[in-house]
Write a protein that binds this ligand. Sequence first.
Ligand code: ATP
Length: 295
Amino acid sequence: MDISVKAPAKINLTLDVLHKRPDGYHELEMVMTTIDLADRIDLTETSQGIQLESTSGFVPFDDRNLAYRAAALVKQRFSVNKGIHIVIHKKIPVAAGLAGGSSDAAATLKGLNQLWDLGLTMEELAELGLELGSDVPFCVRGGTAIARGRGEDLTPIAPPPPCWVVLAKPQHGVSTAEVFGALNLDHKQERPDLDAMVQALETRNFHGVCHHLSNVLEQVTLTAYPKVARIKERMSAFGAEGVLMSGSGPTVFGLVSRESLARRVVNGLRGFCRQVYAVRMMGGLEGLPLDQIRT
Ligand code: ATP
């Protein structure tokens, strides 16, 4: 039997690092939302083992791949003695701050739960996902949420108003661990105003959402990669109404209320930046039957 699962990317509307915990993780507080840019994970049952293919040469094909690890975790935890062939149709840029690997892992967990009739709830899948990575629980649930703790303590909130998201990723990737390592918590320039962002979302105030975009990791990545700052400037100059780096970067996103303006921003960035996309904000559309397609 086969199953295909959509694995959407996320962006951070806010990202704050509260402190470093005794266990080595950072205590985070962020608003995350899903966008309409997604990988597709095809799962085919086999007699044994885990085989993985990807349309992108930039991802590992062995147990370093998060989708592979998700399958290995499920097989081991639930003593499944069948095998799985995983194909990742990669659309989300790799090492970009868009949680591509985490979303692939979450989609694999959801797909295997269905394929092997494990009967796990969303909460149980999210808990399992946390063993694979901090962003995986959010990717299991999707939508729009405040994420606290390492990212696993999720509170669903109102989605952003319908709009366009222009994404621009420079050629280089960024290591999340290195960005967190270089963060100086005493020299935070600007702290996100979480209450103001939640209020803007609840009142469907597009300009309020744009105004309160904020990410404390931005300064670290901007200092190391000045090109990211130039992309931000250019995106604003071409008319994006709110601009921010997502996660640890280096992808910059711009929120745009009209499709014609989104086209103008994309055209303004072409040639200047290698990967440029305009996609719709999804925020609250997950969970529709389209999310998973049985074949
Ligand atoms: P996050 O926003 O959660 O920090 P990211 O978007 O910055 O994630 P990913 O695209 O998930 O980064 O890739 C980070 C690293 O994970 C890459 O170096 C890549 O080699 C590895 N990786 C493992 N599995 C995957 C996968 N399925 N897709 C993409 N990258 C993967």
